[in-house]
Design a protein around this ligand. Structure first.
Ligand SMILES: CC(C)(COP(=O)(O)OP(=O)(O)OC[C@H]1O[C@@H](n2cnc3c(N)ncnc32)[C@H](O)[C@@H]1OP(=O)(O)O)[C@@H](O)C(=O)NCCC(=O)NCCS
Length: 210
């Protein structure tokens, strides 16, 4: 297959028909690796697609990759999770593109949030590091109970529980926007301002306000 034909974009409602496939890819990969990726239901994945919180890689009408974001503690933290690439499409640089797009989505939607991910995957650690994430202990991540409940579907959940949630097999990685160079922060802020302007414009048009 030709990697140039694959598009990586923010998911929308039109991708909901592929939610089942995402779950299947995640499940098969978890079985194969023997280490966890928390299982997710098709309903959960669909909600990420319709809610503007996920990224899809498509080869024509075939879904070949996915990742999503979720915010915690009222937007203080945002997690990038569930990265998966179809086994037939690996080592083409697709995870790298999906990660970048997911990071972009997180920065656009939650510009002031700390972005984090927990992972056992070497490729993911590599990609996170390139984007400015640093390895941290779990004490630096969100304390939101709901986030950690998401680990219940992982085969290693007993390890997390046994250690009072202080550590597990995953490495925590954190991007703190407060420690980023000013240029980057300014650029992100400009994009956010642009989005806010565009939303205001659309609302004004809908309400017929001149
Ligand atoms: C991990 C995964 C997403 C990587 O997808 P991919 O599209 O093959 O990755 P890429 O081609 O973009 O490669 C990204 C980097 O990781 C490296 N990499 C990819 N697979 C690797 C492996 N098995 N071991 C070590 N490095 C690997 C690549 O060489 C590349 O590094 P480089 O840019 O320095 O050359 C994919 O293997 C997958 O879906 N695995 C199962 C699910 C999973 O582990 N998800 C992460 C859960 S946190």
């Amino acid at each position: 297959m030709d990697a140039n034909n694959i598009t990586v974009s923010f998911a929308t409602a039109e991708h909901v028909k592929h939610a089942e496939r995402v779950c299947q890819l995640i499940y098969e990969s978890a079985l194969q690796r023997g280490t966890g990726i928390a299982r997710r239901s098709p309903e959960y994945i669909s909600a990420k697609m319709t809610g503007g919180k996920s990224v899809v890689a498509m080869d024509g009408d075939k879904l070949v990759g996915f990742s999503y974001i979720e915010c915690w503690e009222h937007g203080d933290f945002v997690a990038t999770s569930g990265l998966i690439v179809d086994p037939d499409y690996r080592n083409l640089g697709l995870a790298s593109k999906i990660k970048e797009k997911t990071f972009q989505l997180a920065r656009l939607r939650f510009p002031y949030a700390k972005i984090f991910s927990i992972t056992t995957s070497l490729p993911v650690m590599k990609l996170n590091t390139r984007m400015g994430y640093k390895p941290v202990t779990f004490s630096e991540l969100t304390t939101d109970e709901e986030f950690w409940r998401g680990c219940e579907g992982c085969v290693n959940f007993d390890i997390l529980q046994r250690n009072n949630r202080r550590l597990c097999i995953c490495t925590g990685m954190l991007f703190d926007p407060g420690t980023q160079p000013v240029d980057d922060a300014q650029e992100q802020q400009q994009q956010v301002n642009k989005m806010a302007e565009s939303v205001k414009h659309r609302i004004a048009r809908l309400l017929h306000i001149k």
